[in-house]
Design a protein around this ligand. Structure first.
Ligand code: NAD
Length: 332
């Protein structure tokens, strides 16, 4: 399996290490800036370098492409690859908006090439421990989740609307959103209310957000997004589940199950240490790319794929619209 990479920045270094850890062939990189491309190619012994994904595709010799470029490039790079029959794993947010996401999904459905969206928390051991326990909670009524950077935020293209699409909501809130949706069993969003704004820095994307999502299974998710926030109740993707029969939580990861007869609350510990040594461990990304390759080899539709990425983009679009209009937005 020959893997190509779009971009040579922070996350692509992690994906390249994951590809190496999985014994894949790191075949080529498409990166606009030579000062980024060269050290990356040297570090991972990648022989072929291109300025654009289109040049890489013309040259051929790549079975799958991992896209870790600024968000404005995701749709065009993914569609070019999918149309050339090259499988794609694209970083979150999948695109600038749901319209682009729909075009990516259509390109994958037309060519048959796989499209996976790198919603990485679905590959985390603690997230999957909690997911395996959710039936003990009964019906989940509401969730609370966090996609917040405290006393820190990114710079560069992340803080330019034309290149990023959105700010902390699209960048970090989406981790909390996708984690809540995954734990709820991937319901469809039906309505969103949000207040999103820029209060901590001077740029044209948001640094603070509170959103409420109503799902078609009756559950409601409350999500906080932010960069440069003075505090957060939980780390990235930290999620709480309030079920009819009990409470479940990520980071620290555990269940609290009331036992009214004994007048006590039973704690079921996951055994994972909190805080974690590394909050975003390499093992999560190793498992993620291993699943992408498994989907290609076994001809399975990846989950999270285009449909999951699109559901998230619809919520992100609706959240920005709701915040602008001051009204709840129905999602069709
Ligand atoms: N899942 C995660 O844990 C996670 C973490 C960080 C970033 N991300 C996502 O990954 C993507 C990249 O983020 P990053 O932090 O690696 O950013 P980055 O700025 O470190 O890397 C982006 C790379 O794209 C390159 N680039 C810029 N313009 C280009 C162009 N026109 N053509 C080709 N390459 C170009 C840059 O030179 C850089 O090497 C974003 O979508 C981000 O949301 C995901």
């Amino acid at each position: 399996m020959k893997i190509g990479f779009a971009g040579a920045g922070y996350i692509i270094n992690i994906h390249a290490k994951a590809a190496k850890n999985n014994g894949l062939e790191l075949a080529a990189v498409a990166e606009k800036f030579a000062d980024k491309a060269e050290p990356f190619a040297k570090k991972f012994r990648i022989k072929r370098q291109y300025e654009t994904v289109e040049q890489m595709l013309v040259a051929g010799g790549v079975d799958a492409l991992v896209i870790g470029t600024p968000n404005f490039l995701h749709a065009s790079q993914a569609i070019a690859a999918l149309e050339a029959g090259v499988h794609v794993m694209v970083e979150k947010p999948m695109a600038m908006n749901a319209v682009e996401a729909e075009r990516m999904l259509a390109a994958s459905q037309k060519s048959g090439a796989k499209l996976m969206v790198a919603h990485c928390w679905r590959f985390d051991d603690e997230v999957n421990w909690l997911k395996a326990q959710t039936q003990k909670l009964g019906k989940i009524i509401r969730t609370k989740g966090y996609g917040v950077h405290t006393n820190w935020g990114p710079g560069s293209w992340f803080i330019q609307k034309a290149l990023a699409g959105g700010g902390a909501m699209a960048d970090m809130g989406i981790h909390a959103l996708d984690t809540a949706r995954y734990l709820l069993g991937d319901p469809q969003p039906v309505r969103v209310y949000a207040k999103i704004g820029t209060f901590y820095k001077d740029f044209d994307v948001d640094d603070t957000g509170v959103i409420l999502v109503e799902w078609d299974n009756g559950a409601t998710s409350y999500i906080e997004s932010g960069w440069w926030q003075p505090y957060s109740d939980g780390p990235e993707a930290g999620t709480q589940l309030y079920g009819e029969k009990g409470f479940g939580q990520l980071f620290p990861t555990r269940l609290l199950l009331p036992n009214p007869e004994a007048e006590r609350v039973n704690e079921i510990k996951s055994g994972f240490k909190f805080p974690r040594k590394e909050h975003c461990p390499q093992s999560m990304y190793d498992a993620q790319i291993a699943y992408f390759i498994e989907c290609i080899r076994e001809n399975k539709t990846p989950i999270p794929g285009g449909l999951e990425g699109l559901a998230n983009m619809k919520v992100v679009d609706a959240a920005y619209e709701s915040s602008r209009s001051g009204k709840a937005v129905d999602i069709k």
